[in-house]
Design a protein around this ligand. Sequence first.
Ligand code: 7TS
Length: 402
Amino acid sequence: MNIYEIREQYPILDRKIEGRPLVYLDNAATSQTPRCVVETINDMYYKHKANVHRGVHTISQEATNLMEATREKVRRFINAKSTSEIIFTRGTTEAINLVASSFGDTLYTGDEIILTVMEHHSNIVPWQLLQRNKRLKIHVVPINSNGELDLNAYEDLFTENIRFVSMTHVSNVLGTINPVKQMIEIAHRYGVPVLVDGAQAAPHMKIDVQDLDADFYCFSSHKMYGPAGVGVLYGKEKQLSRMVPYQGGGEMIGNVTFEKTTFAELPYKFEAGTPDFVGIAAFGAAIDYIEGLGIDNIASHEQLLLDAATSQLMEIEGMRIFGTSEHKEGVISFLVGDINSYDMGVLLDKLGIAVRTGHHCAQPLMKRLGVTGTVRASFALYNTLEEVTRFTQAVARVAKMF
Ligand code: 7TS
């Protein structure tokens, strides 16, 4: 990959912040978007904007074809069996809410589910909301001091009351890549289905939902060089077909009368209302872009950045890195001495470095780590080793100020 050519596709990377060149290291929150994706958005608005799945006219058919082409690209990208297993949502959060609501409908008071301590709030709160109607017991898989899940504790949780497992593929704070294939296999031994939150995995590694044998898998376009407001829920047909719809409205029905409504076939049963067909078409361009560069090339480049950043940060006195698993993605959470994460973030911003600070929507994990927040740098395919050096030198400079 020629990173310098790649960077020309991202006008935002030429911006200056406080007079200094921007170093964008908040990719785990949202990645930037290359010209080819933005051009697809323009093209959709300038040439192909019409409502999908309803029009007999040419423009509507074009919009429908462009949206449905993305469904096939997503299917191929994650190796799903069929496009009927690919549901478009607004993002990972909505995908998890859909499963918690619709699969949750099959759960009863007294049933138990398993989450992990490293979940993003979007994989905690939807399950708690279910408790308004029925009391479910939520078990939490703990981590060790490297930030890795305790697999023995996980397996010990399985009893006949466990009905569901919902867990992240990669931690957005620790960077840990969880052994999801092995964990799914354990759950399946007990007949328990598993949802994998792939928000932090799909932009960085090859995903094969059939090889993982995941029952559900979800991710967000905006973390994958695509537009915001689009996400994917993959679900095995056998699971989706027995679930009730999440929302009601246009396009998710078979036939409606005031007495009785029948629902559309998969995947449309779960796609009520006009979808973000512009964003979905542009997400297709983002998938083409990732596949054109090669996800393995992206992964090895990001690993290089992670290794360099880790060893340079470790030189700084008082440095604490949270998440030291050998199986780790390009995410580093850290604190220096007793410098508050927010103070570090504000001063880094003055030096042109964009990082995220605080609890990263993972307050239970913060509690487990014994901190209120961390500073987090996260890498994407367009980051360079020079940027890593600028970042670590800036951290060292801020550390000296205190
Ligand atoms: N799951 C994980 C593991 C995440 O990291 C995020 C977003 C979500 C779910 C929710 O995704 P959304 O696209 O529906 O919002 N994570 C972050 C983050 O780490 N910083 O900002 C958003």
